[in-house]
Write a protein that binds this ligand. Sequence first.
Ligand code: FES
Length: 175
Amino acid sequence: MLAIRTGQKVEFSEQSLQKVTEIINRYPEGKQKSALLPLLHLAQDEFGGWLSVEAMDYVARMLHIQPIEVYEVATFYSMYNLKPVGRFLLEVCQTGPCMIRGAEKLVSQLEEKLKIKNGETTTDGLFTLKTVECLAACGYAPMLQCGEHYHEFLDTEEKVDQLLDQLRRKAAANN
Ligand code: FES
């Protein structure tokens, strides 16, 4: 997937800069590249839930590495988003055990209910649907991750409806 350039300047908050220093200091001198994954997480959290070209270049400068080294990593892992995402990113596991237990049906139901395809975001900006590989909760299949939470045994339409309702209520309560 091609990364997106926004033309906007990105800069970590004072608090995040302290965290950056703390993370980089975990590694020996000259091995600062090892801090790349946590720094990308930090950048994604701080810059709206996704990584623009500017955000990745910023991280490259902090670590004194080439931008291409950051792009290679950010495009490899599904936990990094290379385009804007909705408020709730629904990451549906599609690996074997989840697939056997109905992941395909779960994706279809979400596509139908949200009126989007896999990889897209709803027009109200609330939901993005994404399929990912094993999330290490195979015994609770089929499942999805939304932010820090796992939602498991999503094997009926009622459970999918309940989850979407719950997230919509949460969004409404925070508005
Ligand atoms: S296969 Fe879905 S969590 Fe492992």
